[in-house]
Ligand binder design. Structure first.
Ligand code: GLA
Length: 560
């Protein structure tokens, strides 16, 4: 009997609570768009009372921090979202009544790793006054995080009042329609989707951290037709940062003999990269022969800079050095391909010259100047570029594409400067140029598909194809939003498809993304983005999880 009565009472009790709750907004709302909204802070029996009348409002949460047994009474537990990248959007009206101070410091904070407590809001607010907070923050939540009001800055006996609380959490793996988590070898393959659209799809990598790892090779072989080495084929690397000590003679185009290193540069890493490409059915874009950066200064100095010589060599001597360098690198690759790959090319295109146009180009000056380019300092005109395409044509196989590569190619003045460079190369009968590399380090809101299309049309009108050589899309100072990045990637790839090369039309023949996963992007080392993490690529974390941006690229091909 006693037992029955107890059961009935508890049933009644249950009915009552569920009735009361059914009128309330649920604590978590699934927005069905990869986002959830949390409508209340966590309960704390001792310190928090919900839905109270206060100050003329009916639904105020009243918090008596002194009564709480917890360290952080005003908290929202985020442990359900451990290890996820999320956008948090916090909105609430809040008032703090502080009996001692006329204002107190309010900090909404996340307990992150020791050195980094991401803050959603920090400000001094006047005691007894309501303020409205509307803040957002993109964070990668570690394990067992929570968002809470930091007790630092708040006196013990302060009362906190909150109304209209909402914390929206958006992310790729959030909510009912959460995107399935797939690694780059589990999802579709970009290279397969773009077969018959472009000649190739490529990804830039580094040797030590990426390409040398078997699991990375597997992913690259599955997703891409080709790779670009981030550093390993650049002059600094090829010279192995070692100033030559012994010399032989090389006859320059002026018929005179000049001193060049007798010990050829070390090609150990180059050969390893070529072998990995061969073993995994990958091709490579060669990057880069002539560049103002990542090239030793002593390359340009008399006596190869020995005895601290810092006098620039003559134009003729530099031309001989340039020819020797281009010949040495191209012949090494050709020899390797002959010996190890039946003469079939691994490297199907070379960036012969990189970034020679001036950022501030105008009608009277269009080349990067002597302040940043030793090539220009020696030549003081465009002939080092024309020479480079002449020598590349002389030593490269005829079916290997020769490219001029640059950034910001969609800015009008830069585009004009690049056109002048192309004109100069095309005016030399012994030179050959096949394509222009548009690096395409872009921003979420720049340059936009219109300016991009105009640049492609301008370059193809020169009778050249276009290769997108280094695409990545920075969120810049804006908060990263994975859905937005997906759309932007999709828009650009739709444009690339529209502008693709066909049998009767010059156009875009291939696209390379500058890096595999966000964690390794070069953009996070840029001063310009200090304090703003960049998420510019198609995959994320060490497992190479496909981001929405990856699906944007896939969808552009599927919906073609
Ligand atoms: C330029 C170069 C690349 C690389 C990037 C930054 O775009 O062409 O080789 O150095 O800068 O990573």
């Amino acid at each position: 009997m006693k037992k029955i009565l107890f059961l009935t009472l508890s049933a009644l009790c249950l009915t009552f609570t569920s009735c009361a709750k059914s009128n309330e907004t649920p604590r978590v709302i699934d927005n069905k768009d990869n986002s959830l909204t949390i409508t209340r802070i966590d309960e704390d029996e001792k310190a928090i009372r919900f839905n109270k009348k206060f100050d003329g409002f009916n639904d105020v949460t009243i918090i008596d921090t002194a009564a709480s047994t917890k360290k952080n009474s005003v908290a929202v537990n985020l442990s359900d979202y451990s290890d996820k990248q999320v956008l948090l959007e916090l909105k609430c009206d809040i008032r703090i009544d502080d009996p001692k101070n006329s204002n107190s410091e309010l900090i909404w904070i996340i307990n992150e790793i020791a050195s980094n407590f991401p803050q959603l809001y920090r400000g001094r607010i006047q005691s007894g006054k309501w303020i409205t907070i509307s803040e957002n923050l993109f964070v990668e939540l570690g394990k067992n995080r929570s968002l809470y009001i930091s007790p630092v800055g708040l006196p013990k006996d302060a009362k906190i009042y909150i109304k209209n609380f909402s914390l929206k959490i958006s992310g790729d793996e959030i909510g009912q329609n959460a995107m399935e988590v797939k690694t780059w070898t589990e999802a579709g393959s970009i290279k397969e989707k773009y077969k018959g659209i472009f000649d190739y799809f490529g990804i830039a990598v580094t040797y030590k951290e990426e390409l040398s790892k078997p699991e990375v090779q597997k992913g690259l072989a599955y997703q891409a037709d080709c790779i670009t080495m981030g550093n390993e084929f650049k002059p600094d690397f090829i010279f192995n940062w070692q100033q030559p000590q012994t010399f032989t003679e090389f006859t320059g185009k002026d018929g005179r003999a000049y001193k060049v290193p007798s010990v050829p540069p070390k090609f150990t890493t180059v050969d390893k990269c070529l072998q990995i490409c061969k073993d995994n059915g990958l091709k490579m874009r060669g990057h880069v022969l002539v560049w103002h950066s990542q090239t030793p200064d002593w390359f340009f100095y008399e006596n190869w800079g020995l005895n601290n010589n810092k006098t620039l060599v003559s134009k003729n001597e530099m031309a001989a050095r340039q020819e020797w360098y281009i010949k040495t690198v191209l012949e090494h690759v050709a020899d390797w391909e002959k010996k190890n790959n039946n003469g079939e090319h691994i490297i199907f295109a070379w960036d012969v010259v990189n970034e020679a146009a001036s950022d501030g180009a105008n009608a009277s000056h269009y080349l990067r100047g002597a302040d940043t380019s030793k090539w220009y300092a020696v030549y003081e005109d465009v002939s080092f570029i024309v020479d480079a395409f002449t020598f590349a044509n002389k030593y490269a196989p005829k079916d290997v594409k020769l490219c001029y590569n640059d950034y910001n190619t969609y800015a009008d003045n830069k585009l004009n400067a690049i056109c002048k460079i192309i004109d100069a190369i095309q005016a030399e009968p012994k030179a050959r140029i096949d394509a222009v590399g548009m690096q395409s380090h872009m921003k979420i809101d720049y340059p936009g598909t219109k300016a991009f299309e105009k640049a492609v049309n301008t370059l193809t009108a020169k009778g050249l194809n276009v290769q997108i050589t280094e695409i990545d899309i920075a969120n810049g100072k804006a908060t990263y939003n994975s859905t937005q990045l997906k759309k932007v990637y999709k828009d650009y790839f739709e444009l690339f498809i529209k502008c693709r090369k066909t049998a009767d039309k010059k156009g875009i023949e291939g696209v390379t993304v500058w890096g595999i996963n966000d964690e390794t992007t070069w953009l996070n080392a840029m001063q310009e983005y200090k304090g703003h993490t960049q998420y510019p690529l198609l995959f994320k974390n060490k497992n190479y999880i496909c981001k929405p941006a990856f699906y944007g690229v896939i969808e552009a091909a599927e919906e073609k």
